[in-house]
Design a protein around this ligand. Sequence first.
Ligand code: G
Ligand code: MN
Length: 374
Amino acid sequence: MAKIIAVEDEASLLGGIVRVLTSAGHEVRPLTNGEQALQVAAQDAFDLALVDYQLPGANGLQVLESLSYSQPECVRILMSGMLDVPVTVEAVNRAAVMRVLEKPFGLQTLLSTVHDALETHCRRAELYQSAAAEQRRAERRMLDDCLAGDALQLALQPICAVRTRRIVAYEALLRSSHPVLDSPDAVLKAAERHQRIAEVGALVASRAARRLTSLPPEVGLFVNLHPLELANAAKLGARLAPLQPMAQRVVFEITERFPTFNVDEWRRSIEGLSQLGFCIAVDDLGAGYNSLSVLAALEPQFIKVDMSIIRDVDKQPQKRRILELLCRFAQASDAQLIAEGVETEAEADAVVSCGADLMQGYLFGRPSLAPPSL
Ligand code: G
Ligand code: MN
């Protein structure tokens, strides 16, 4: 049974359409005017629209075109006695109709056309769904490959003290050599779609633990946490177990880029991490939506200022003032400020004179998969 809107200004034909479709078990909404049809279609959803071309009010193609936007799933059929080429072209190109019924037609032809169109639509929807399901399975298998094999690795990028430029820590950045899920973003997006962020997090923790053991004991490691990992405080500790013995050297970076920042949900996770001896950094400060509320809520030990503020900080007084302000805030809160994405000596000089504690950026070293040369 389908819910059908039938728009035809010729009363006897409309009567016949309603009769034959109703006795075939469909629910029919008969209308005689294009304007009316547009209003009804804006309020009610239909499985199929059967619309005459020449109508008072708006013409049939306008009605069908409007439906193609507002209800793309509604199957569209045009009825017309004047099927010249321009009308047909419009019907296909503008209104994307599935069938055209040329007048005059018998009611049996109408019925079989309607049923044929509905069946075709169903078959297409099934095909689409099974293709989408297959794509999902394929993506799941690729994630399995990533999580089981060695496609996911951590690149290390140095973080230096401002004056001595001594490397005090590294940031671990996810890198992927998978042929399809070939960037950290692709891996994380796929993991989000399959609710497998926790598994990626566990893998990152074990890889990070391994890298940490090969670094000198006074050097720390900054590890990015996906915001979804903070949603379950109870499980987070277990997942980070490989890093637990070296907790004093580990700083978890929490990005504030995500618009769905939920202070209450996060705070418990962060308190748990602090109790386990880990430190917290707010990442990408200045790039997201909630910079100041994140700072107020999380009381991080490190504040990483986003590279969008660091870029040209030596040339743009406004950026410099913002950085100075953040450095003063960090000092007053017993936090260390890290300037991210420093690329030039001039930027580094400006960052130092603003009062930052640490710097990271291509000027000091790119993220590298190779063991750091110490
Ligand atoms: O969001 P987060 O700050 O964790 O992102 C770090 C990213 O920034 C890494 O992918 C790294 O490659 C990149 N990056 C690090 N230093 C620089 C830099 O100096 N310039 C630019 N353009 N990108 C950088
Ligand atoms: Mn980071």
